[in-house]
Design a protein around this ligand. Sequence first.
Ligand SMILES: Cc1ncc(C[n+]2csc(CCOP(=O)(O)OP(=O)(O)O)c2C)c(N)n1
Ligand SMILES: [Mg+2]
Length: 585
Amino acid sequence: MAAIDRPVPSGVNAAQFGSDVAADALRATGIDYIALNPGASYRGFHDSLVNYLGNAQPQMLLCLHEESAVAIAHGYAKVTGRAMAAAVHSNVGLMHATMAIFNAWCDRMPIVLLGATGPVDAVKRRPWIDWIHTASDQGALVRGYTKWDDQPATALAAREAILRAAWIANTSPCGPTYVNLDAGMQEAKLDAPVPPIDDARRLMPAVASAPDTGAIEKAAGLLHNAKQVVILAGRVSRSLEAWNARVALAERLNARVVTDIKTGASFPTDHPLHVGAPGFLSPTPDALAAMRAADVILSLDWIDVAGTLKQAGDVLTKVVQVSVDHHLHNGWSLDYQGLPPVDVFIASTPDATVPALIEALGPAGPRAVPAGQAAPFKPEGDKLTVDRLADTLRQTVGDRACTLTHVSLSWNGASWPFRHPLDYLGSDGGGGVGGGPGISVGAALALRGSGRLPVAVCGDGDFLMGVTALWTAAHYKIPLLIVIANNRSFFNDELHQERVARMRSRPIENRWVGQRISDPDIDLAAMARAQGATAFGPVSALGELPAVFAQAIAAVEAGGVAVVDVRVEPGYNAAMTAVMTPKIG
Ligand SMILES: Cc1ncc(C[n+]2csc(CCOP(=O)(O)OP(=O)(O)O)c2C)c(N)n1
Ligand SMILES: [Mg+2]
């Protein structure tokens, strides 16, 4: 990949302009890639990346839309837990990027976003264009869903801002940060050589958030005395060591474990202690029943503890909450959810807390782990449903190590077991449709060379909004398989229209109007091919799927991007349909 987009040597080896200093700072963060869509507001910085740093460390990833640039950085962080950079042009590029920034924010994923404005000094502004692309508080566009932003006035201030941005983004709770580089500052010649960065690591110190021992003891006491513990395994890292510790804790407590599709794999879903299948919009009825039967609930940074308790109804349990998320809550975004009742609050990350809990609990006598193993998934009927698609895909993937980088809204949590923290990366975070392709390209970039097969299942609506991210994968030779669960509709909203029609006693037959993406049907494979992918379909016959999936996987294993357009029956699985269209009255 390093061989792609090589500039001719420029012979420049010392910083000469403000933007050279900013580029040096970005290199000092250790970030390897910067996804971007270009623009004159940061032409100085762009030049520094190419002609001063030689387009290496970081290497540019050209994107066709700012939304995919940010989504790629988001997907990369989902795998690595570390920030990648993305650069977007002035106010307009930032406006394009906003939804993807919001998705990353809600997903608590780090990104170092660089932007530009100005020249802030009006005297230096070119007529018209520089004026429309200068805003006096550009960071305000994204301040509600970034952890921190700055508009440094000088080269040295930009250096500090970039190091700080990386430090803050990568510190739990993680999230995007934004540095807005004044065009005037970027293009100004340095008056004097700037001293080198002494030791960047000291400016981005690791922030440990060790759990408070008193809180650990209290929690361990509650857990020790509990008859039945339920663990809600939420926002956790992709670390295998932390995964094993969670399994050890659950087994130590004989706790039932609930997971969901909003967050990445957090516990083996076919472990006997895992309750049923992961839920999506709502915990499954089994999970809610387990919560009602529990006397202690241990939330490992579960998204929406308050809402989940509410759904469970009469829960008479003690609640232990492990989270640092409150550091991020602000007055703009209500993604923090309801205020949960908590008996012991451990202000730390699940990764740091679980081993401390195990230690505080001490050794235990052998406790029987329930023998019941989840029955293997069996899709119903013989139609080409999303369940059939999932089952056939999984069988074709076979024993390969595989990462689901994204799943469609129609996904059934029961259809694909997770046995490793990298088996599934979680949802888009903010419910912003269109993130699936870009997030998957970024995840696939991070997984390159890991031996894992990156596979995304996207809705057709999601795919269509984000399709041009595929060109970036094709150009930079990032292997990835995208399977489209193509119901030729923004189907999720058909269910909403059905629900409204039921509430109002109006014809539910009309639910498709303004939702169906047909007449003409869109040739999704052609759109993928146009980006440089190998594409298959539309496939409408179930019998053809295994062979097509096998060919697509072969194309990915040969280093390519492959897309399969699967025409699925419109409709969600029973559990999802029940949540979305509850009986009226
Ligand atoms: C940016 C954005 N626009 C609109 C929506 C509303 N919305 C939620 S789900 C959905 C349909 C998505 O369609 P598709 O990806 O094909 O999935 P399907 O529901 O058909 O399974 C829409 C439009 C949204 N969440 N985000
Ligand atoms: Mg659809």
